[in-house]
Design a protein around this ligand. Structure first.
Ligand SMILES: O=C(O)[C@H](O)COP(=O)(O)O
Length: 199
């Protein structure tokens, strides 16, 4: 009995790579991101999907909506796959964060550091893996789409790969990418990592 998880990072918005958006409201997909979301929907049209869950943040919901529409499925909002709570770092530019010793510590050792007033990556890992394990019991021999965020998807993949959270820098999870993971009682296997859907 296996469950296939398609872990989708939300599509691009205009602040990707310049601002640490975290959970700040009002971050919407740009024109390019909307196009990526449509392409994801076409990519999934040939799959049989049992359920689609999305992070509650706008950029994730706007990525998941065209997929749900194409597959004629409902969309479930799931707080357990939301972005890491970056506390007071939320909304700061990466340029400003580069001056903050706490930011260097965060990037050097995720296992031992916490964003100010925020959540650790291990706490985020616990919530996404908890949600996936619940889905696994409900959807054996079925496929599920989860639309989430870069570090949260990384945390899930690191858990199922049996790697430390400090290995987060060993692979990329790009906007609008799909990483495919199968999980069963026998263990788990990553089938594809950071798959990009062509134009
Ligand atoms: O901006 C952020 O919150 C993170 O650095 C990237 O996360 P994202 O996957 O939500 O873009």
């Amino acid at each position: 009995m296996t469950t296939t998880f398609f872990l989708v990072r939300h599509a691009a918005h205009d602040r990707v790579g310049t601002i640490l958006c975290g959970r700040m409201p009002g971050v919407h997909l740009g024109a390019f991101g909307k196009d990526q979301a449509e392409r994801l929907a076409v990519r999934f049209a040939s799959e049989t999907i049992a359920c689609i869950r999305t992070s509650p943040l706008e950029r994730a919901v706007e990525t998941a909506e065209p997929i749900a529409l194409k597959l004629r499925q409902s969309l479930d909002i799931c707080g357990a796959i939301s972005e890491i709570d970056f506390g007071t770092w939320s909304g700061r530019s990466f340029e400003a964060l580069a001056q903050d010793p706490g930011w260097s510590a965060w990037n050097k050792s995720r296992s031992t550091s916490r964003p100010p007033e925020g959540e650790t990556m291990l706490e985020a890992q616990t919530r996404i893996v908890g949600a996936m394990e619940q889905l696994r019991r409900r959807h054996s021999d079925q496929s599920v789409i989860l639309v989430s965020h870069s570090d949260v998807i990384k945390a899930a993949l690191l858990y199922y790969l049996g790697l430390s959270i400090d290995a987060y820098g060993r692979f990329d999870i790009d906007p609008a990418s799909i990483s495919t993971l199968v999980v069963g009682d026998w263990g788990s296997k990553v089938l594809r990592l950071n798959e990009m859907v062509g134009a």
